[in-house]
Design a protein around this ligand. Structure first.
Ligand code: VGL
Ligand code: ZN
Length: 213
């Protein structure tokens, strides 16, 4: 009798194949900005918890020489998504203000790309690909498989993942480095389920094959 194949390692998400970073991989960190952290203008509950986890993903991508992009919500003061203009949100991430800055503790490595979005008054953009240079930047660097984490699961992460799939990228969502607004309870969980239904895979740090213990 042949020996049974070795079983894959166990993780927080069950028994899954390890993920080995390789050429063609890229990381997109979505909207990890002060206004989306606890105490910010549009705080995502537990949003600051993504920062140290993302730091570890970023370190792995840097070690492999793989491209990393950071999106940021970058609104004018009279943005149409703000309540005083009939939109759903309090004013947040106004370009150049402290609330629009990247989270303290989120270090952008050399060579990282910053992608500003929703910069005009009259349109919102949840996806990092919406009217941006992101897809071209990634393709120029040979990215085919995109790792996506950040804020918020049920808005900008969801939209970025949806567009990435539509653009033909393989997508891995960093389940331990996303948090949801949850305007309605369960919004974040439903968004993750929709991403998976759309072909994205949910992973966690312990699945990275060469992540040091
Ligand atoms: C976002 C609400 C409004 C996000 C941006 O980054 O998820 N959410 N603007
Ligand atoms: Zn916004």
């Amino acid at each position: 009798m042949p020996a049974p194949p070795p079983s894959p390692p166990h993780s927080a998400h069950g028994t899954e194949a390890p993920v080995r970073l390789q050429p063609g991989d890229g990381l997109v960190v979505v909207d990890v900005q002060r206004d989306f952290l606890p105490g910010g203008a549009l705080a995502v509950p537990d949003g600051d918890a993504v920062v140290p986890v993302l730091a570890r993903y970023i370190a792995r991508f840097v070690a492999h020489g793989l491209p990393i992009a950071f999106t940021r919500d970058w609104h004018p003061p009279d943005h149409c998504s703000f309540r005083d203009r009939g939109g759903p949100w309090p004013p947040h991430c106004v370009a150049g203000t402290p609330g629009a800055a990247f989270a303290p503790g989120l270090a952008l490595p050399a060579g990282a790309e910053v992608v500003s979005k929703a910069t005009g008054s009259e349109a919102d953009a949840y996806s990092g690909f919406d009217h941006s240079s992101l897809a071209g930047w990634l393709r120029t660097r040979g990215v085919r498989r995109l790792f996506v984490g950040g804020l918020a699961t049920d808005y900008c992460v969801a939209a970025t993942v949806r567009d990435a799939r539509a653009l033909g990228f393989e997508v891995l969502v960093l389940g331990d480095a996303v948090r949801a607004v949850d305007v309605q309870p369960g919004d974040g969980a439903r968004a993750l389920a929709a991403m998976q239904a759309g072909g994205a895979r949910l992973i966690a740090l312990d699945l990275l094959a060469d992540e040091p213990a």
